[in-house]
Design a binder for this molecule. Structure first.
Ligand SMILES: [Zn+2]
Length: 373
C-alpha cells in the first residue's frame, strides 16, 4: 500500500504544520551534522594518511651467484626481495615518477624506488634480468671513469640497452671520490674546481653517451656539505640522493632523498623491517644535516615531536656505533655529548636515532650526516 502524499501534506491543522517544521528541522540538523562529521573525519583521516606515506629508496651495489658479502648480494636473495615487493602490491616507481609524485603531492599506493650504484657488470648480467622479469624500473648511479674499465664494469652499450627498458641513469661523479676530501697540495680554489668537474662533467658525459637528460645525482659514500649540495643544484640536477638510512615521506625535499643500503649479508627480516620503517617527526636536529663541524665535542641530538614511540626502545648510533645518550621525557630531547677524554674523530658520521612505534611496533628512525673537520 502506498502513502497518499497529497493527503499527508495537505493536512490543514496549524498544530500539524508546526510539528512538520520541527521534524524537518531535526532531520536537517541530523543530516548536516552527519555531513559535517564525515568531512571532518575524512580530513583528519587524510592528514594522518599523508603523514604516514613512506617511500623507501633501496640502494644496491654489486650482485653475485656466490655467497653474499657486504656490498654484494646473492642474486637469488635479490630475486626473493623483488618477489616480495610484487607479491605485496608495492608500486615500484622510477625516480622520475617519484620526482613528479613529490611535486604533485600524490603517489601510487605503497611506493618504493630501486637504485643500483657504481656500474658493476653484474647489474647487467644478474640484476637486470630479474628487474625485467618483474617489470620493475630502477635507476643506476654510475661513476663514469669506471665504465668499460675492466671485466667487472658495465659497457656503454649495456647501459644504453638498459635505458630502453625502464632503467634510468644518474650521476655518481667521475671518479667516485669523497667530495669532502682535499688532495695533496690542493687549495680551496683548486679543490672546488675539481669537485665542480666531478659534478658537472659527469652529467655532460652521461648525457652525451645515453642521449637523454640526467636528472639525479648520488653522493659517493653518501657524504656532502652545503657547498657541495649547492654545486649539484647549480649543475641542474633535479633530485639528490644521500645514504641517510631512513625512508622518505611526501614532505622529503627532492635535494635530500634518503636511501636504504641493502647489505648482502643482512637477513630477509631486516629487509622487511626497512620496508615498514617510519620516520621520526622531529622539531629540531643538532648540529644540522650536512654540517662541517669544527668542535670535536659537539652535542648531537634531536627534539622528537610526537609521542608515538616507545621511549624504552630509544637507541642512538654514531657512524654505526651505539652511543650512551641522554633523554629528557619532558621536552623529548635526545642527545649525546662526547666524553671530555674522547673527542670525535675527524671524519663524517651518520647519526641514527631509532625507537619502536608505540602501536604498530614498526621501527621509527631519523638519520642525518655530520662531518667533524
Ligand atoms: Zn658508490
Amino acid at each position: 500500500m502506498f502513502l497518499n502524499q497529497e493527503n499527508l501534506y495537505s493536512l490543514p491543522a496549524k498544530k500539524n504544520i508546526s510539528l512538520f517544521i520541527f521534524r524537518l528541522f531535526i532531520v536537517v540538523l541530523i543530516v548536516t551534522s552527519v555531513i559535517f562529521y564525515h568531512s571532518i573525519f575524512l580530513i583528519t583521516n587524510n592528514a594522518v594518511y599523508a603523514e604516514e606515506i613512506i617511500i623507501p629508496i633501496l640502494d644496491y651495489h654489486n650482485f653475485t651467484t656466490e655467497e653474499s658479502s657486504s656490498y654484494k648480494i646473492n642474486i637469488i636473495e635479490f630475486e626473493k626481495q623483488m618477489g616480495y615487493l610484487a607479491a605485496h602490491n608495492y608500486s615500484v616507481i622510477s625516480l622520475s615518477e617519484l620526482l613528479a609524485g613529490l611535486r604533485a603531492g600524490q603517489l601510487p599506493p605503497k611506493p618504493i624506488v630501486i637504485t643500483i650504484d657504481d656500474g658493476y657488470k653484474s647489474t647487467y648480467t644478474l640484476a637486470y634480468p630479474v628487474l625485467r622479469k618483474f617489470n620493475f624500473p630502477a635507476t643506476l648511479f654510475i661513476y663514469t671513469n669506471f665504465i668499460e674499465k675492466n671485466n667487472g664494469s658495465l659497457t656503454w652499450e649495456e647501459i644504453r640497452e638498459m635505458t630502453s627498458h625502464n632503467i634510468e641513469i644518474g650521476s655518481h661523479t667521475l671518479s667516485h671520490c669523497n667530495l669532502l676530501k682535499y688532495k695533496k697540495n690542493e687549495n680551496y680554489e683548486t679543490y672546488l674546481a675539481r669537485i665542480r668537474r666531478e659534478v658537472f662533467l659527469s652529467k655532460e658525459i652521461l648525457e652525451s653517451k645515453i642521449g637523454s637528460k640526467v636528472k639525479f645525482f648520488a653522493y659517493p659514500y653518501g657524504v656532502y656539505s652545503p657547498i657541495i649540495k649547492n654545486l649539484v643544484i647549480q649543475a641542474g640536477y633535479e633530485g639528490i640522493l644521500n645514504a641517510n638510512s631512513m625512508n622518505n615521506t611526501l614532505n622529503t625535499h627532492l635535494f635530500s632523498l634518503n636511501r636504504q643500503i641493502i647489505f648482502g649479508q643482512s637477513s630477509f627480516n631486516s629487509f622487511i623491517r626497512i620496508l615498514n620503517q617510519r620516520p621520526f617527526n622531529t622539531s629540531q636536529i643538532f648540529p644540522y644535516d650536512g654540517i662541517i663541524e669544527n668542535n670535536q665535542f659537539v652535542k648531537i641530538g634531536a627534539i622528537l615531536e610526537d609521542d608515538n614511540y616507545d621511549a624504552k626502545t630509544l637507541s642512538m648510533k654514531l657512524g654505526g656505533a651505539k652511543v650512551k645518550f641522554n633523554f629528557n621525557p619532558k621536552n623529548r630531547e635526545i642527545s649525546f655529548t662526547p666524553d671530555s677524554l674522547k673527542p670525535l674523530i675527524k671524519k663524517s658520521y651518520i647519526v641514527n636515532i631509532t625507537a619502536l612505534d608505540k602501536n604498530s611496533q614498526h621501527q621509527r628512525k631519523i638519520s642525518w650526516l655530520i662531518t667533524i673537520k
